[in-house]
Every structure is written in C-alpha cells, then in structure tokens.
Write a protein that binds this ligand. Structure first.
Ligand SMILES: NC(=O)C1=CN([C@@H]2O[C@H](COP(=O)(O)OP(=O)(O)OC[C@H]3O[C@@H](n4cnc5c(N)ncnc54)[C@H](OP(=O)(O)O)[C@@H]3O)[C@@H](O)[C@H]2O)C=CC1
Ligand SMILES: O=C1O[C@H](COP(=O)(O)O)[C@@H](O)[C@H](O)[C@H]1O
Length: 480
C-alpha cells in the first residue's frame, strides 16, 4: 500500500466471477468492477461470469445491466454500461467451458492479464471451485479472493486452509473482509498513527472501555437458510467486528505494508483471551423461526453482545464490548472509546459532571466517515452547570465528499495489485476460531427480542456499570 498507491491503475485483469448471479455479485461486485474500469483504475479488464445457473453471454449481460441499474450509486457508471458490456463473458458450468470462456475473453488482449478468481459462492462450494481451477490449469500466476466465512470453527478453518494451500500458495490467497476496505475503517489508522494527539492516551491508563456496536435494521430477506447455519457470531463478530477491534487495539505498525500491518493485527488476536460464554448474550428476533429454511425450534442467534479482552500491556483489564444483530432499532456502525473519569471532581453534586456517561471518542464507520469527541463543558449562564458537548467531523463536509472507493472496489483493486495489507491471513483466522472455541462448544441460551428493539434486556447487565452509547442521546449534526 505504501509503494503502490491506490490511485494508481491496476494491471490488465481478467476477473473470473464464480457465483456471478448471486446476491453479492449483483449488489457489489458487478457495479464495483464497472466503477473500477470506468474510473481508469482497472482500464484493461475482462470479466468472466459463471455459476450453476443456465446463462449465456447475452443473459449474463442483461443480469449485469439490471444489477448496475439497481445497485450502482454512480449515474455515470449506469450511462457507460453498454461499453462495459462488451468486456463481459459467460462460462457455462464445467471445467472445459471455463477454460474456453477465459480464452475467448482474453483473445484480443495484447498484454498478459492478471487473473483474479473471485469466489462469491456459498462456503460449501468454495473448495470445489478451487479444485476446478486446479483442473482447468488456471492457478499459476493468478490470485484468488475467498469470501467469508472462512470455516465455521477451528477444525474446519484449518482444514479449509490446508486444502486451499494444496492448490494455491498463501501469497495468492486474498481472504476478504469488506469492513477492512471501508474508508472509515482505514481512517482509524490515519487518526491513530498520523497524529500525536491521541496515541499517548490510547491505553489502559486513560481508557475505561471500548464499544464496537453494529446494529442492523435489516432482517434476513432471502438469506435465512444461509444464516440459519451461521448466526450473528460467525457472520459478523469472528469476521468484521474482530477485524475492526484489531485496527482499534493494535500497536503502531513499522510501515504501511502488508507484513507490518498483518503482524500487528495478529499480535492483537494472539493477546485476546478466549471468549467466556458467561460474557455473552445471544438473542433471536421474534419471527425469525418462520423464515424459509429455518428450523422451527432454531437456536441460531440473530443478535449477539459480548465482552472480550486483549490481554497485553496496553489493554489488560480494559473491556471491549461488541454488539451486532438483525432487526434492531437502528442501523449504525460505531466504535466508541470511553475515557476514564477524572480521579477527583471539584464540581459539586448536581453540577451535571458524569451525568451523561464518560467523555468519549466515537468513530462512525458509515460510508462517509464521521468522528465525534464528546466532553463536558460549562453551560453558558450563571453558576457552574455542566453538560455534554461535542466536536464533530464529517468527511461529507469536506471537499473530498464522494471521492472514496466503495469497500469492495478498494479490495478488488488491492487484490489485483497483489497487495495483501487489507486482507486476513490463515493464521489470523485460525486464532480467532481458537479464542471462540469455548463459546461455540457451550453457547449461552438464545433469548427472544422484539423486532425493532435493541435486543434482549440482559445486554445492560453485561456492560454495567457503563451503558451502551447507542442509541445516541443526540443525533450526529447534519454537516450541511
Ligand atoms: N450477500 C452479501 O451481502 C454478502 C455475502 N458474502 C459472502 O459471499 C458469498 C456469496 O454470497 P451471496 O452472493 O449472498 O450468495 P447467493 O446464494 O446469493 O449466491 C451464490 C452464488 O454462487 C453460485 N454457486 C453456488 N455453488 C456454486 C458452484 N459450485 N460453482 C459456481 N457457482 C456456484 C450460485 O449459483 P446458483 O444461483 O446457480 O446456485 C450463486 O450465483 C458467500 O460466501 C457469503 O458468505 C459476504 C459478505 C456479504
Ligand atoms: O458480511 C456481512 O456484512 C453485512 C453488513 O455489511 P455492511 O457493509 O452493509 O454494513 C451484513 O448485513 C451481513 O449479514 C454480513 O454477511
């Protein structure tokens, strides 16, 4: 990342999209590839789509046209679709058909293309695709993007990694976690390591606790059969929330390069204590069991809140509270760092100090980054009455508004360039399953919660005497 700035174009690329008719491909990958091509970041591109569906080139182009019309946020991308369509090819299922389609796609190319195999398929299909690529002779010099979840526990993750390594070198494997491609997540690194202000207080002497809170309002429309085997812990925590935790907790990397960042993240994972099932609240929203493909007695959690610890010199005894779930009251993605209260207060009882929780710093991981520093200040007027005030920053309010790449676009570009900085490694993934073993073996009971609520009541005991920062007492200020 340091040498190869993201604004430089990637090499000529053939993106081979397995699962090209699926939800992720339609919502993110096809619009993202079009955007990368149109913006000149992947100017020499071919796309080969494939899935188990019966398609040909024309019907695939039509599917991509509809996907772009529905999901692309950039009107110009929509306008230029027809030219992009000439770069699309379809491979009917079968190894020979795949080889033929890649050959056809690259027939008019004047330079060698980097082949990027994107496995946007259900986890159960991933290994068969890996073996198909081996049989098709499409492994050498290529890169492979693997979607989460990477296994369902330690044994399955080890076995999946071992099987992948029989075909691909680890350097060719890009395990994607799209939260690591979010502009706002990367801004945590900038904020922490490009400024002198906060890093000196970024540890247990000054920080009381950390919250990583990602409630979602959406339910499981069309995904309940997949989700029933996955649940909130595997879908969100062992993936996105722990990765975000690593960015928040890691030591300063030696450089902005894959090895340095990966080393520091892995040190965080190694320092994490095993998740104690007594520190976990699981929930399931009313109505989940009626979903297609869901067991009527399902114990799958659609909500999880937990307390965990990074047991190193910087963070020993500082609780990290994580929460995420479906069908909750609000959709938010925040990290909130709560500072310790002053040891003594000169302010008399009733002055308001501490009444609204600790002073804290909040990062909003929404597509356009926001940050807020909440602190106590004096209310204007007679006497000495204190209230919570805040300094807020919104990227949307700068000249850079709208110039970022969407997370999948950034990660596809980095994978094509062979830059592994923002991807997870086999050992990192395995360590996260290792600390999850006690919880997976002995999960606490699933408690019901009403759709549209904030989850089961037990979440308040989990975090007491602190309180969840969400729902916010005050809204983010509208920058405009
Ligand atoms: N959807 C999302 O928002 C996110 C998804 N992911 C991950 O992305 C992956 C895909 O998810 P999603 O798009 O939602 O799933 P879908 O079920 O919507 O799509 C899966 C796609 O894979 C195809 N497929 C299934 N088996 C094979 C196979 N053996 N060879 C080739 N293609 C195959 C399906 O084809 P057919 O329809 O013909 O069966 C379909 O096109 C999963 O690993 C998921 O965990 C990760 C983050 C977010
Ligand atoms: O990977 C996943 O992420 C989404 C949330 O991602 P976002 O970028 O839309 O916030 C989540 O809804 C989904 O269940 C999960 O599989």
């Amino acid at each position: 990342m340091a040498d190869d700035h993201e604004s430089s174009p990637g090499p000529p690329t053939t993106a081979i999209l397995f699962g090209a008719t699926g939800d992720l491909a339609r919502r993110k990958l096809l619009p993202g590839l079009l955007h990368l091509w149109r913006s000149g970041l992947l100017p020499e591109m071919r796309v080969v789509g494939t899935s188990l569906d019966e398609h040909d080139r024309d019907s695939f182009v039509q599917l991509a046209r509809e996907a772009v019309a529905e999901f692309s946020s950039d009107e110009l991308d929509k306008d230029e679709f027809e030219e992009f369509a000439t770069l699309l090819h379809w491979a009917p299922s079968g190894t020979e058909q795949l080889v033929a389609a890649v050959k056809e796609a690259e027939a008019d190319c004047t330079q060698p293309h980097t082949r990027l195999h994107y496995l946007s398929v259900p986890p159960s299909a991933a290994l068969s695709v890996v073996h198909q690529l081996r049989d098709a002779g499409l492994v050498e010099g290529s890169r492979i993007v693997m979607e989460k979840p990477f296994g369902t526990d330690l044994d399955s993750a080890r076995s999946l990694n071992a099987s992948i390594h029989e075909v691909f070198e680890e350097e060719q494997v890009f395990r994607i976690d799209h939260f690591l491609g979010k502009e706002a997540a990367l801004n945590i690194l900038a904020f922490r390591f490009a400024n002198g202000l906060f890093e000196p207080i970024w540890h247990r002497n000054f920080i009381d606790h950390v919250q990583i809170d990602i409630p979602e309002t959406l339910g499981l429309e069309g995904r309940s059969a997949f989700y029933e085997k996955t649940g909130a812990y595997r879908d969100m925590v062992v993936t996105h929330l722990f990765q975000v935790l690593a960015f928040t907790a890691m030591e300063s990397p030696v450089a902005l390069d894959p090895q340095s960042i990966t080393e520091e993240k892995y040190k965080v994972f190694r320092s994490m204590l095993p998740i104690d099932p007594d520190d976990v609240v699981r929930g399931q929203y009313d109505g989940y069991r009626a979903g297609d493909g869901v067991d009527p007695d399902s114990e799958t959690e659609t909500f999880i809140a937990l307390k965990c610890f990074v047991d190193n010199w910087r963070w020993a005894d500082v609780p990290f509270f994580l929460r995420t779930g479906k069908q909750l009251a609000e959709g938010q993605r925040i990290i909130s760092i709560a500072f310790k209260e002053p040891p003594k207060s000169m302010f008399p009882d009733g002055s308001g100090v501490g009444e609204h929780g600790p002073d804290h710093l909040t990062f909003d991981l929404a597509d356009s980054s926001k940050m807020s520093l909440s602190f106590y200040g004096k209310r204007p007027g007679p006497g000495f009455r204190l209230d919570k005030l805040s300094m807020q920053f919104a990227m949307q309010d700068t000249d850079w508004a709208g110039s970022g790449l969407e997370a999948y676009e950034r990660l596809i570009l980095e994978a094509v360039k062979g830059n592994r900085t923002l991807f997870t490694t086999a050992e990192g993934v395995e360590r996260l399953w290792e600390i999850s073993a006690d919880l997976l073996a002995d999960p606490p009971p699933v408690r019901r919660y009403a759709a549209g609520s904030w989850g089961p009541n037990q979440i308040h005991q989990l975090i007491a005497p602190a309180a969840w920062r969400l729902p916010f007492e005050r809204e983010w200020r509208d920058p405009s």
